[in-house]
Design a binder for this molecule. Structure first.
Ligand SMILES: [Zn+2]
Length: 165
């Protein structure tokens, strides 16, 4: 009687699968089948692996975001940009957006453009008065070159309010 080549294995995930063990020497098939039993089936193994990749990517994004946040906070301090106001959940996002927009506008308008340092200072001064996080987030897809015009259009509701405490 020949040793079976097709083995039905119940994997650790609970799924049953038939395995063709022809490629394994006859005297190794039983131990290989036991080894398979201790493992998830291929579908579950793939799903687990993909989930791990997703988690790795999420962790990578969180790291990137933390780095951006650190750079934005350093920038805010360097240029004396005031803390933003608004719901706690969007403050960091607002700060990152302000940093990105302001540095992009400076590059386009001053480094590559015609804006004088004095004109840029004016734009920066205006930016310091717009402290509503939601305002910055609303402009996140704006052309950086339009920033001075957008800052001019900001209303009192977007401007700094004295902290009553
Ligand atoms: Zn499975």
């Amino acid at each position: 009687m020949a040793v079976a080549t097709r083995w039905t294995v119940t994997h650790s995930c609970g799924h049953e699968a038939e395995h063709d063990l022809t490629a394994r020497p006859a005297d190794r098939r039983a131990s290989y089948a036991r080894w398979l039993c201790a493992r998830d089936c291929t579908d579950c193994w793939r799903a687990e692996r993909d989930a791990n990749r997703g988690a790795e990517r999420t962790a990578w994004l969180a790291t990137r975001r933390a780095e951006e946040q650190e750079a934005s906070a350093a920038w805010s301090a360097q240029y004396r940009m005031p803390p933003l106001s608004g719901p706690q959940a969007i403050l960091d996002w607002g700060e990152r957006t302000r940093h990105q927009l302001m540095t992009a506008a400076y590059k386009v308008l001053v480094v590559e453009g015609e804006l004088t340092d004095e004109q840029w200072q004016q734009a920066e001064d205006r930016a310091r008065t717009v402290d509503r996080a939601g305002w910055w987030i609303d402009q996140r897809e704006a052309e950086a070159a339009d920033l001075p015009e957008l800052l001019d259009a900001a209303t009192d509701a977007d401007r700094i309010t004295e902290n009553p405490f």
